[in-house]
Ligand binder design. Structure first.
Ligand code: EPU
Length: 427
């Protein structure tokens, strides 16, 4: 049965909220486990459906996976011999499953990974992933909907320069290069904290990596890696979500378990909106002082720039801010779906190519809206909090993929947010 979030507007979020490990690290670390025979233990894993899907993918490759969602622990037993195929039903359900590409080629000498189609936020190709693996000596081609990479005699270190600092391509080159012969130098690598987290886990497993978290990563290949225990890096996107939510709703929120060092660009804009941001022993606090946010311009960029995943929240905050702002999306062409839905709530916006002009209004006006992806959905719930009356956000399953217990977290901050069946007869 489809569900939606029901939001009663008018509450300023107050109190504390906890964040878990980053979805976009946890899923990749599960793929990294394939690189070592034995039992890997991951902690601080978020309780989300995507982890269940990745667990199923690893099981189909021959691993035994135990996922205890409430305690945030995933244990993966990797046998000596594993499969090398990621089926379309799983890749379609979870794009991040393409992260098994690098580990599978490195461990088994071949990988057949279904090519994901387009999704709600853009085309997202695999060309950079393929070029990186080819540079390491794999032969790569697409057949019957699968990207097939083969390196029966193993991989060789190489000098590689990515045309764009793609997160996924950086990860696949890194996870392939750790078992390659010789040295790999990857230039224009993505610098996200999740890349540094993957490198930290690989290093504890015995890999030799320097420069992860900068744009040049060097890897000296080793013969084998050892299974270990690793805690997932805190979710900076969930933490940033609560930061903008505090400012938009004129609230005061402590985000527990967050690391503000990973959110410098975003928290600068939260401060530009008029809120005060302070580090606390357990995370950070965003206090709006009860004031209406001021408008602030945003341009998304690869890390350490402003994250595209937080753009919908900056948009929601500007929709009720004093003044006008320009939001520029530089990463994903289709990431303005939130705009049409915000307009249904009375936002004043105009899209011009990859820019949106937003003129803040004092309050939005509650209405039924639809989530198109994780972040758009969560941003619409926040918009519902600053709207008069009731807003319903259909497509609750999208929000569940990025935020464990989103309604409960909202309730803990005093908001009237609940889940209900989505009984739209035309859905
Ligand atoms: N791109 C290519 N060719 C490639 C790879 C990427 O053209 O071979 C383009 C994409 O089309 C896109 C841009 O490069 O326009 C950025 O893609 P990137 O590879 O950096 O992103 P990703 O690995 O597909 C991850 C996160 C996204 C996040 C982006 C950007 C995961 C599972 N996903 O995607 O997170 O928006 O990095 O930071 O790690 C989310 O969590 O909801 C989410 C979408």
């Amino acid at each position: 049965m489809a569900e939606r979030f029901r939001v009663v507007g008018g509450t300023a979020l107050r109190g504390e909220v906890a964040v878990w490990g980053a979805k976009n690290s946890a899923l990749k670390l599960m793929a990294v486990a394939l690189l070592a025979v034995g039992r890997t233990r991951l902690t601080n894993v978020p309780a989300i459906l995507d982890v269940t899907i990745m667990a199923e993918l690893l099981r189909r490759l021959g691993c035994t996976v135990d996922y205890d969602a409430p305690s945030g622990v995933v244990e993966i037993d990797v046998p000596e011999k594993i499969g090398h195929r990621a089926d379309y039903d799983l890749v379609r359900a979870l794009r991040a499953s393409t992260a098994v590409l690098g580990p599978l080629v490195a461990r088994t000498g071949s990988a057949d990974v279904a090519v994901p189609g387009g999704d709600a936020i853009g085309s997202r190709g695999l060309d950079l992933h393929a070029a990186g693996l080819e540079a390491l000596g794999a032969s790569v081609h697409v057949t019957h909907g699968f990207l097939v990479a083969e390196a029966p005699r193993g991989l060789d270190g190489a000098e590689i320069r990515l045309d764009f600092p793609s997160v996924g391509a950086t990860e696949n080159v890194l996870t392939a290069a750790v078992l390659a012969r010789g040295t790999t130098r990857l230039e224009n690598a993505a610098r996200e904290p999740e890349i540094a987290d993957i490198a930290a886990m690989l290093t504890s497993m015995g890999a030799q990596i320097s420069g992860a978290g900068t744009s040049v990563i060097e890897v000296h290949g080793v013969d084998s890696l050892t299974a270990i225990e690793h805690a997932v890096v805190p979710d900076r996107i969930a933490a940033g979500t609560w930061a903008f939510a505090a400012s938009a709703t004129r609230g005061d929120v402590e985000v527990v378990g967050a690391n503000s060092d990973h959110l410098v660009a975003a928290l600068e804009l939260v401060e530009a909106s008029g809120a005060t941001v302070t580090d606390t022993p357990r995370g950070f606090r965003v206090d709006s002082g009860g004031r209406r946010p001021r408008a602030f311009d945003v341009a998304t960029l690869p890390y350490p720039g402003f994250p595209t995943d937080l753009q919908p929240f900056a948009l929601a905050c500007n929709a009720v801010a004093e003044g006008s702002a320009m939001i520029t999306e530089n990463l994903f062409e289709a990431r303005f779906r939130t705009v049409q839905e915000l307009n249904r709530l009375g936002a004043e916006t105009r899209i011009d190519g990859h820019h949106v002009m937003v003129h803040g209004v004092e309050r939005l006006s509650g209405a039924p809206v639809e989530a198109s992806d994780i972040r758009a959905g969560a941003a619409l719930v926040i918009a519902g909090l600053v709207a008069d009356g009731v807003t319903t956000v259909s497509g609750a399953q999208h929000i569940d993929r990025g935020y464990a217990g989103f309604a409960e977290s909202m309730q803990g901050l005093g908001a009237d947010v609940t889940r209900e069946p989505d009984d739209d007869p035309f859905l």
